[in-house]
Design a protein around this ligand. Structure first.
Ligand code: MTE
Ligand code: MO
Length: 406
C-alpha cells in the first residue's frame, strides 16, 4: 500500500511566507495540493470589471470589452480594457509620488510632487479615446503574435489633470526638443529592476496640444489602479501605448525617444504597404502616430432577434485618431447600398462621436448590419482587413453585427 505523502516542513515555511500567515494544520497538507489562498485572484473582482469582459492574458493582465459593453457615451471603469506590458506596481505611496522631468532638452532637471502638480497648474477635463494599436489583431492572416484583441481594446473615459504643456513651460525647454518619452513605475515581467516594461512617447507638437494631459482622475475619481493610479500621461488619438500609466518621469529628448517599445518593430508598421507575410526590415518600419478612422456598433448586441414590423434603433461610436469623423453610414445588404447615420459632434477634440440610425427590415430573416465611418480628410474604413503588417496593428475594418427578424 502506498503511503499518502505530506508537504515537507521546509516547503510549509515558504508557503507560509507567500500567504503571510502560518498554515495551522499544515502537517495534514497532501503533497501537490494547490492552496486556494495562493491561486490567482479573480481579475474581474480585483479590477472592478464587468464579468462579461474577456480575459486575454493574466501575466501580464490583459482584458478587453465586447462591442455591446461599450454602449455608454463615457466608458465606465467596469467596461474599460486593460493592457499591461509588465507588473502593476505594488505598495504605491501616493504621499511620496513624484514626477521628474529630465532629458537632453530640459534647461534643468525638475521634480514635482503629486500635490504640487495638482495645486500649481490649472486643471482640465477632456473625454479622450484610447485605442490599443493592436486592437483587431486577431483577424490578421498570417497571424501576428501578441494579444489577440478582437474589437474591445478601445475606451473613451473622461480624464482630469494638468496640461503637459503647462508643466513643460514651467520646467523650461531648450530649442532642440523634438520628442518626449515617459517613464513609469510598473516592473518588467522578468523581475529585472533595470528594465522598463514600456517607455514610449510622442513628438513635441503632440505633447504641446491642449488635450495632452498629466492626469490624476478618471471619470471624476482617482484613476483605478489598473489604469495608472495615481498619475498617467494621456495622449488621445495616438495608439494608447503612448499614454503611460503609473507615470513617474518624462524625458524631453532632442531625438526620437528610444525607450522600450519605441524602437525595432514595436508599435510600427511598414512605411510602404507589403504583401501578407512579407518580411520587413526594421528600418522600413514607421512609428504609428494618429490612429485610423474606426467605428463600433454598440447596440444591439450581435445575435439580437427582432420582432417583424418594428424598426430598430442602432447606436455606436466612431473616432478617427487626430481627426474628426465626418460621416457614419450603415448597410443591411452586405455593402451594396449605404444609408447615413445621425452623427453627433465630439464633446471635445479627440473624443469619440456617437451615431445612431433607425432601421426598417423589409421581411423576416437573417441580416447583417455593417457600419462604416469616414474621417474629415475623406478616408473611409475598409470593408475587409486593411494593410497586413508583421505586428498586427491598425485593423480598422468595418464592424458588423448579425440580426434575425422573426
Ligand atoms: N506604464 C505603462 N503604461 C502603459 C502600458 C504599460 O504596460 N505600462 N501599456 C500601454 C498600452 S500598450 C496601452 S494599449 C494602454 C492601455 O491602457 P489601459 O490599460 O488603461 O486601457 O496603456 C499604455 N500605457
Ligand atoms: Mo497597446
Amino acid at each position: 500500500m502506498k503511503r499518502r505523502k505530506f508537504v515537507k516542513k521546509a516547503t510549509l515555511g515558504s508557503l507560509a511566507s507567500l500567504l503571510g500567515a502560518e498554515i495551522v494544520f499544515g502537517n495534514f497538507l497532501p503533497e501537490g495540493y494547490g492552496l486556494l489562498g495562493l491561486q490567482d485572484p479573480d481579475p474581474f473582482k480585483m479590477f472592478n470589471k464587468d464579468s462579461q469582459m474577456v480575459l486575454l492574458n493574466d501575466k501580464p493582465w490583459n482584458m478587453e470589452a465586447q462591442a455591446h459593453l461599450l454602449n455608454d457615451d463615457v466608458t465606465p471603469n467596469k467596461f474599460m480594457f486593460i493592457r499591461n506590458n509588465g507588473k502593476i506596481p505594488e505598495g504605491i505611496d501616493v504621499a511620496n509620488w513624484s514626477l521628474t522631468f529630465d532629458g537632453e532638452s530640459v534647461k534643468q532637471e525638475k521634480t514635482y510632487s503629486l500635490n504640487e502638480l495638482k495645486s500649481k497648474f490649472k486643471r482640465h477635463t477632456y473625454q479622450l479615446t484610447l485605442e490599443c494599436g493592436g486592437n483587431g489583431r486577431s483577424e490578421f492572416d498570417p497571424p501576428a503574435k501578441g494579444n489577440q484583441w478582437t474589437i474591445g481594446a478601445v475606451s473613451c473615459a473622461k480624464w482630469t489633470g494638468v496640461r503637459l504643456r503647462d508643466v513643460l513651460a514651467d520646467v523650461g525647454l531648450k530649442d532642440d526638443a523634438v520628442y518626449i518619452g515617459y517613464h513609469a513605475e510598473d516592473t518588467h515581467l522578468s523581475g529585472d529592476p533595470t528594465k522598463e516594461p514600456i517607455s514610449r512617447g510622442v513628438p513635441i507638437a503632440k505633447a504641446m496640444q491642449d488635450e495632452t494631459l498629466i492626469a490624476f482622475q478618471m471619470n471624476g475619481e482617482d484613476i483605478p489602479l489598473a489604469h495608472g493610479y495615481p498619475l498617467r500621461l494621456i495622449a488621445g488619438g495616438y495608439p494608447a501605448s503612448a499614454s503611460g500609466k503609473w507615470l513617474s518621469g518624462i524625458s524631453v529628448r532632442n531625438k526620437v525617444h528610444d525607450g522600450t517599445k519605441m524602437t525595432g518593430t514595436a508599435y510600427r508598421v511598414p512605411c510602404k504597404p507589403v504583401a501578407p507575410g512579407e518580411k520587413v526590415l526594421d528600418e522600413d518600419m514607421c512609428i504609428i502616430e494618429s490612429m485610423p478612422v474606426k467605428s463600433l456598433i454598440t447596440y444591439p448586441k450581435t445575435g439580437a432577434v427582432l420582432t417583424k414590423g418594428k424598426s430598430l434603433n442602432i447606436r455606436g461610436h466612431a473616432w478617427a485618431g487626430e481627426l474628426e469623423v465626418s460621416t457614419v453610414e450603415y448597410s443591411v445588404d452586405f455593402g451594396s447600398t449605404w444609408q447615413n447615420c445621425t452623427l453627433q459632434s465630439p464633446t471635445n477634440r479627440l473624443a469619440w462621436q456617437h451615431f445612431s440610425a433607425s432601421i426598417n427590415f423589409p421581411e423576416e430573416g437573417y441580416y447583417e448590419i455593417w457600419a462604416r465611418a469616414t474621417d474629415s480628410k475623406g478616408k473611409a474604413q475598409p470593408m475587409l482587413l486593411p494593410g497586413w503588417n508583421p505586428k498586427g496593428y491598425l485593423n480598422n475594418a468595418c464592424h458588423r453585427i448579425a440580426i434575425k427578424v422573426s
